[in-house]
Structures are given as structure tokens and as C-alpha cells.
Write a protein that binds this ligand. Structure first.
Ligand code: GRF
Length: 199
């Protein structure tokens, strides 16, 4: 039997993208296995979702920074992901900027989902940025993670129209529906070997 693609998933939030990935695996639409779910926040919903599915979890020790990790903590996270056998590291709402320890441990093997049509609206609360700018559409992007925030090569995008009366919450909710479609679909391309990571 063909080896399944081993995914290490990182998140800081409720974990709806993680759930979409886990559900796609369970439904036989994604030939992968999740070998570790890690978070920087002990109370993150993503950890609870992982535990419910009996998946191994790891929580980073407390950091003094808000938007990045201490290099030692990031190095520890990298070795946990390596020990688990991760072939691709999936950033599913991980709210820390990724630096050299993880980038060096997983060269061209880290993917992120961002709630806008990159290169538009990089950074935090991209759905709010889209609304405030008066854009008629936004969407989501799966891209490679590089040292420059939200700037790595684009793997897939889906457009989402901004509707009259949208609030940041309603727009983000519709963008998330699209996220839950494109993220598992991108990972399946790697699982089948159509796309290659690490090259
Ligand atoms: C998503 O909107 C994703 O694009 C962004 O963070 C959010 C994570 O949501 N990077 P969830 O925790 O997967 O529900």
C-alpha cells in the first residue's frame, strides 16, 4: 500500500481548517495522515479538536513574544514535527511568524492558508482590510511559507464576492467555507505526487 503523506499541523485558533483536513482524510478524499497537531496556545480549539480525534498534540512552552516564538521554542517545535515524521507542515491559523528554525528544518515544506487573494491584504484580519478598502471581492490563498510574511509562491486561490451588508464576520465566514475546500485539495495534490514538496 502506498505510504500516506504525513502532515504536521500548527494552529492557534478554533481549528476549522484542521477539521476540514481531518474530515477530508476520514472521507477518503485526502490520502494523508496527521502525525502531530501543535499550538502556541494551550487553550486553542484546534488542540481540543485534535484530542477528540485521538491525534498527538504538543503545546509550545509560554513565549514572551506575541507574534513570533523564541528561537529555542521554535527549534523545539521543529524537532517535535520532525520526530513525528512530518513531510509537510500545515499552518492552519498559526498566529506566529515563522523564522529560520522551522524554515531550515522544513525547506519548501511549509504551507499556509491566508484569508485574502494574495498579494492583496497581507497580515492580520485580511477580511477586515478587504471590507475597509471597498473591494468587491476577496477570497483565500494557499501558499508556500518563506521568511517574508504572506509572500511565498501561490499554490491555490478561491475568489469570494463581497456582498452588500457584509460585516467582517459574515465575509470571514464565507471565506472560511472556501478555505475548507482549497486546503484539503492542495494537500491532496502533494499526497498523490502530482505536486512535490521540498524541491
Ligand atoms: C483562517 O481564516 C486562516 O485563513 C487564517 O486564520 C484562520 C484560521 O481559522 N490564517 P481556523 O482556526 O482554521 O478556523
Amino acid at each position: 500500500m502506498k505510504e500516506k503523506l504525513k502532515l504536521g499541523v500548527l494552529g492557534s485558533g478554533k481549528g476549522s481548517n484542521f477539521v476540514a483536513i481531518a474530515d477530508a482524510i476520514a472521507a477518503g478524499q485526502l490520502d494523508a495522515e496527521i502525525v502531530l497537531v501543535a499550538s502556541d496556545l494551550p487553550g486553542a480549539g484546534i488542540l481540543e479538536e485534535a484530542r477528540t480525534r485521538n491525534l498527538p498534540t504538543w503545546t509550545c512552552p509560554p513565549s514572551t513574544f506575541k507574534t513570533k516564538l523564541e528561537p529555542e521554542i521554535e527549534a523545539e517545535l521543529a524537532s517535535k514535527l520532525q520526530q513525528a515524521g512530518s513531510q509537510i507542515v500545515v499552518l492552519a491559523g498559526f498566529m506566529r511568524v515563522i523564522k529560520q528554525p522551522l524554515l531550515d528544518a522544513f525547506p519548501k515544506r511549509i504551507v499556509n492558508i491566508h484569508p485574502s487573494l494574495l498579494p492583496a491584504f497581507k497580515g492580520l484580519e485580511a477580511w477586515k482590510q478587504a471590507l475597509e478598502s471597498g473591494a468587491s471581492e476577496s477570497g483565500c490563498t494557499v501558499h508556500w511559507v518563506t521568511a517574508e510574511l504572506d509572500s511565498g509562491g501561490i499554490l491555490a486561490q478561491e475568489r469570494v464576492a463581497v456582498e452588500i451588508g457584509d460585516s467582517p464576520e459574515t465575509l470571514h465566514a464565507r471565506i472560511q467555507v472556501a478555505e475548507h475546500r482549497i486546503f484539503p485539495a492542495v494537500l491532496q495534490k502533494f499526497a498523490t505526487g502530482e505536486w512535490k514538496a521540498g524541491e
